[in-house]
Design a binder for this molecule. Sequence first.
Ligand code: IPM
Ligand code: MG
Length: 456
Amino acid sequence: REGGFETPLPTSGPRGAQSHLTERKNLPRATSARTSLKKKPALPLARAERKPLDRKIKHPRATSARSHLKKTLTPRTRPPKSKAPVINRCPIEERIPIIMEKNIAVIWGDCSSPEIVKQTLRVLDKVAEKYGHIFHYTDAAMGGEAIDKYGDPLPQHELDKCLAADSVLLGAVGGPKWEGLPGEQRPEKGLLRLRAGMGLYANNRPAKIWPQLAPASPLKPEIVAKGIDFIIVRELIGGVYFGKHETYTLENGEKQAVDSMPYSEHEIERIGRIGFETAMKRRRKLCCVDKANVLDTSRLWRAVMHRLQAEYPEVEYSEMFVDNCAMQVVKDPSQFDVIVTENMFGDIISDEASMITGSIGMIPSSSLGDGTRGLYEPIHGSAPDIAGKDIVNPTACILSAAMMLRYSFGMAEEADAIENAVNKVLDKGLRTADNMSEGCTCLGCTAMGDAILAEI
Ligand code: IPM
Ligand code: MG
């Protein structure tokens, strides 16, 4: 693996706002180790005794968003593929399951978010128990919770907790309670500062339809039947989100506001490369989405992308204006494999892409930078309107945890276990309110957590 994102998962929705958390005290808030060690000794030897030694174990390899940099220094030549049968030459000790200890910073989030995070930690605990890993959780406050506690959506000490962790799990932040605050003090600002503070420039938002949810897609069945399986690689810490924001009064007394959208070449190049690398691991199609008929930033994007294109001759590269892309996503989503785009276009297109897959509650996301430490969050919002009702869909958050295992911890088998569990639950016709179809059974948040746990 060398940069770029591999296996995609399913979908999302808008970030809602909401009320305030009153029930937080009831939630199990783990600050110390939750581990299976109490129940059984999770030593390599103990597991080796239980499992046959010749079972081939995938080597854990975490994904940096950018080990591909080495590639820039050497020509891209592929080693010839050997026709010889591959013999398992793994030394015996490497075939023993590898037990890992990881520190996860947990941002419980606002409104209905703690409900989905609670179910996600149950799932992570089950994975730890099953595979003998040890996950330590440290609560970190960001968004509305941090505003209430510290008067700041992301105080430095909370960011430091995230920087000290191996990865960060986040629900969703924001809500009506904090809506009147000025831009700098809003919960969303905490999220932007977290992404920037952790250097997470590459946001991976998969839009893949679970076949079981096809009836829940708003698209015509014949369009869905052609397949929906693409990834949006969104630039996350540049552009208009991080440009200058200003509101001032003109001489005539009228107010004027300005938001600027800066992009420099290195920012475009590093995300463009992730786009190409991601395409190389998939169907080798990359579409750069921009507004080059109007924006200078988009024209610079294209110039940089053309330079990169020369390094990836195997990738079928194309360009599309963002307005056309919005249309094509609903007209024929099967044409897309990987989309690479700037921050705000990615925000908008990813909400649209999530919706066509049939549910706002199914799409996870990962954000990575140069290292393996990432931020994992569902792409939906904190759904204030349904907070405290135990009806929010925990699946996107649970699938985000699966992405964390896959991309940051190199635990592919464990990630598969979670995704397969979700698949089985859907096979059984179990749904939540957001993706309910006729003939299925509608579960609440805790019951959906129970159902997924039961399949792991
Ligand atoms: C998202 C959200 C955020 C964004 C908001 C909450 C700042 O919409 O993650 O898609 O625009 O990036
Ligand atoms: Mg969004």
